[in-house]
Design a protein around this ligand. Sequence first.
Ligand SMILES: Cc1ncc(COP(=O)(O)O)c(C=O)c1O
Length: 449
Amino acid sequence: MFDLPDDEILPLSKEHVFYTWSAQAKVNPIAVQRAKGVYFWDVENKRYLDFNSMTMCVNIGHGDERIIKAMQEQVAELPYAAPGMTTKVRALASKAVADITPHQALTRVLFTLGGADANENAMKLARGYTGRHKILTRYRSYHGATAGAMAATGDPRRVVWEPNLMPGIVHFLDPYRYRSTFHRTNPDISEQEFAQDYLNHLEEIIHYEGPETIAAILMESVTGTNGIIIPPNGYMQGVRALCDKYGIVMIADEVMSGFGRTGKWFAIDHWDVTPDIITMAKGLTSAYAPLGAVAMKPEIAATFNDTPFESGLTYTSHPVSLAAAVANIHAMREDKLIERAAGMGPVLKRMLTDLGEAHLSVGEVRSIGLFGILELVKDRNTKEPMAPWNSSSPEMTSLRKYCIDHGLFLYTHWHTVLIIPPLIITEDQLREGFDILDKALEITDKTVK
Ligand SMILES: Cc1ncc(COP(=O)(O)O)c(C=O)c1O
């Protein structure tokens, strides 16, 4: 298609590409050429098993012909339409998204370009609907890299940009059992009491901040990069009850946890809770094209029946992205991919548990569906992380390097290793990756105290 010899890709990129999240002089990119199923290949034909679905987004797997064809047909018919117009694919995509929301209750859909701007718009909608300004989010969260979404983010990616971010965000603590501040001396507390302690903490913050000032509580239903934190049973139901009690909009950020990742369309479905707004991106198109969405209850949309919603995006509802979304949702249904991911959940859990038992450097493993994590520690008793907070360590760097060298692409975050493969992965392919990880951890184990 385009003319550039393979061996010139890296040098030319080095000269002209500016990379996100990176010190430019230290970037060492894989020059990726093609991808199929759960694998991708670099320009030297080295094959990688994709244990991170690229950026936790290629849920359906690489090279799905049904999505490619739908995009090709759409681009040939109509590549773009103005935001105030509608198209066949816009009507179909809105319905397809509304249909998969809990109890099909979130009937109106605003399309964005990705996850960050989905959260920006969700916060604006909640503020418009309630007439209040504060948004409560959790410390162990990532909500995107635009100024409002970054302010909402709880983790250190926010701190570097302060104070030049959107005002009005208040953070609270996550129900993170392995390192729970409230339960160091009573770690065996029941799940119900554990959930209640964190709900009490949240309600106390609501009181201190003033319920009449709080527009929304925005949460990842299952926390992604900050640790695959799976809420205890009762927690999400409790947050829903607090939102109802105080007239606060409940926003579920399902950018990473949605579209089958946890074995349900949305992670929040595990607790049968219907939020007022769901934000999504990534798995919405399985990343075949950029797209995010905000699905909302009709009463939130109705706030703007007579008053305009003062916000917009040139590329909202881009037809080619919407074609990818419709084809992706259709293909997921056709292949029963959500059910399949649910079925593979116990398989991943068993492999993680076995790995945890075999390696001293594993402090804890957690997973739900095909959303898994290993927390690596220097000492199982003190739980000292294998890398300090918001940092890396030689141990983590060499573990990642071992995996990459051996053709396993995965994401390490501080002291954790995330396992987030395409949902089409088979047991044998999972095993293939775990065998590499097993060898890598043998080296890490040697550093355990
Ligand atoms: C939970 C969550 N929310 C929002 C975002 C931001 O999405 P995007 O990078 O598409 O803006 C991400 C990205 O990783 C995410 O994981």
